[in-house]
Design a binder for this molecule. Sequence first.
Ligand SMILES: Cc1ncc(C[n+]2csc(CCOP(=O)(O)OP(=O)(O)O)c2C)c(N)n1
Length: 201
Amino acid sequence: MAANPKQKITLERRVVVPAILEDRGDALVVTGLGSATYDAFAAGDHPLNFYLWGAMGGAAMIGLGLALAQPKRRVLVITGDGEMLMGLGSLATIAAERPKNLSIIVLDNQHYGETGMQPTHTGRGVDLPGMAKAAGFASATTIYSAAQLKTWIPKLYRAPGPVFATIKVTTNPVPMALPLRDGTAIRHRFREALLGGRAFE
Ligand SMILES: Cc1ncc(C[n+]2csc(CCOP(=O)(O)OP(=O)(O)O)c2C)c(N)n1
């Protein structure tokens, strides 16, 4: 489904993210800075969550690196529209590399929430899944409803990638939930959970 600026937005991010992560299995999850990181933590802390607190624009490329390094694992990038807009070039690189195990999920509230709710271009019709599809992603969609989300969650884990899904979410405020903030600790925890004894070789 293509983006439709007139469509009413009703999905709540703190319902969407737990629904996506509920049956994550051994998937690796990279979260873009700001609300996406807080949402993933609020859904349940996990050592295979790679929380970003910075590197705006870099989430999808970190996901690409992981997907190429760990081809047997599904990699989910969960990020915001502002973060994705800052790293648009990554869509081309991901499309060129065609990682079958990578899914990019944009929680699109059409605003830069973290810095005070300035509107982003997605609220003015800029179609991120359209861009991903044109770049060469295997599939891309915009999700507005719980029914669509239900259909797409299995695809995020199993459809041949790269997969791109924008999920339109409201700007309703949510409780603050802040994970571990020490980048080195996050990296060590993630590597140990992924590589076990080989993590520190
Ligand atoms: C290079 C850079 N520019 C600007 C910022 C400030 N900044 C931090 S989060 C953010 C907004 C993120 O927006 P979005 O990805 O839509 O997530 P939301 O907060 O709406 O969930 C901005 C502009 C930054 N951290 N780094």
